[in-house]
Design a protein around this ligand. Structure first.
Ligand code: ASP
Length: 332
């Protein structure tokens, strides 16, 4: 069987991630998680935050457990964040060097997984450029192994979605009256997919997805969102603005994609442009940032920016998720 994105697989993915008692067993997508569970996960993450300058939060809840980070696509912050999260919970963390891994030598992904399973790895954190891979692995592992999706093609990046939603909640409290504007290469953004799913479940007031027409999403993939191509209209009174990178590695044909200068002029978040948004707007970016293309440095480092807070929240969210699947394993 090969990884696919067939509808029945996506439905299956939703049921796959909870066990019979409704506990989180795998984290594959935010799509099917209800408001109560999302809220609990955000509350858990808050408990792993400490004041700047003090030591980071720690617990011993995963002592004796082993986590393997399997990133078949490049990653800096997500991988480092999962690594620290696992270590701060007391787990043994294995970071596989995928450039020399057996998969490069032709081994099937499942053989790699079975090898790690035989080494008594409990949690596998997976990033892959093909849609369907995390669910495919989840369907094939033993009962006591958890799979966490750390970025799946352009379809899902659930821990990023959670950390973004947490950052918004910290600044804005409630979601009902918020206008959230996500700007850039929406079509190829798994971050947009996950954050949109989380925000929709939490009852966001208005979700605007703003991009050049060639980078607009399929409306069916983001039900309820407003799809726009005029940045000024999209920024009007926005409470939250998230800038995205153009994901050139996912774009086969660059026709219709504006050049850098044109892109910045039409879709770049500059200090001037930000004046259209609400006076207390927060500015987010999932990283990696291309300064001067999708965001001006003055904005990225400015008073409205919460970009480094997103990174801090990322570790807390991953600790909360790891701890939760650890509890599911312990309760078996
Ligand atoms: N780091 C994010 C991701 O893995 C965003 C990006 O790469 O632009 O999707």
């Amino acid at each position: 069987m090969s990884p696919t994105t067939r509808l029945e697989d996506l439905e299956d993915e939703a049921t796959l991630q909870l066990d019979a008692k409704g506990n989180l067993r795998h984290l594959l997508t935010l799509k099917s998680l209800d408001k109560a569970l999302l809220t609990e996960m955000l509350d858990d993450a808050e408990r792993y935050l400490t004041a700047h300058g003090s030591l980071p939060a720690r617990s011993r809840s995963l002592v004796g457990r082993t986590i393997a980070n399997l990133f078949f696509e490049p990653s800096t912050r997500t991988r480092a964040s999962f690594d620290l999260a696992g270590k701060r919970l007391g787990a043994d963390v294995l970071n596989l060097d995928v450039n020399t891994s057996s998969r490069k030598k032709g081994e099937s992904i499942l053989d790699t997984i079975y090898t790690l399973q035989a080494m008594q790895v409990d949690v596998m954190v997976v990033r892959d450029a093909s849609a369907g891979v995390p669910a495919y692995i989840a369907r094939n592992v033993l009962d006591h192994v958890c799979i966490l999706n750390a970025g799946e093609a352009e379809v899902s990046h659930p821990t990023q979605g959670l950390l973004d939603v947490l950052t918004i909640r910290q600044h804005k409290g409630r979601f009902e009256n918020l206008k959230v504007a996500i700007v850039g290469d929406v079509r190829h953004s798994r971050v947009t997919m996950s954050v949109s799913q989380g925000l929709t479940t939490l009852g966001v007031g208005e979700l605007r997805l703003i991009s050049p027409p060639a980078l607009a999403p399929d409306p069916e993939s983001v039900p309820g969102a407003l799809i726009m191509d005029d940045l000024d209209a999209g920024l009007e009174d926005a409470d939250v603005v998230m800038a995205l990178r153009i994901q050139r590695e996912r774009i086969g044909n660059l026709d219709g994609i504006p050049g850098i200068d044109e892109y910045f002029a039409n879709y770049g978040i500059s200090a001037k442009r930000l004046e259209i948004a609400a006076p207390d707007v927060i500015v987010m970016h999932p990283g990696p940032m291309n300064r001067g293309i999708e965001i001006e440095s003055a904005v990225a480092d400015g008073a409205h920016s919460v970009i480094t807070q997103q990174v801090t929240n990322g570790v807390a969210v991953r600790m909360a998720v790891l701890d939760r699947v650890g509890r599911t394993l312990a309760a078996r």
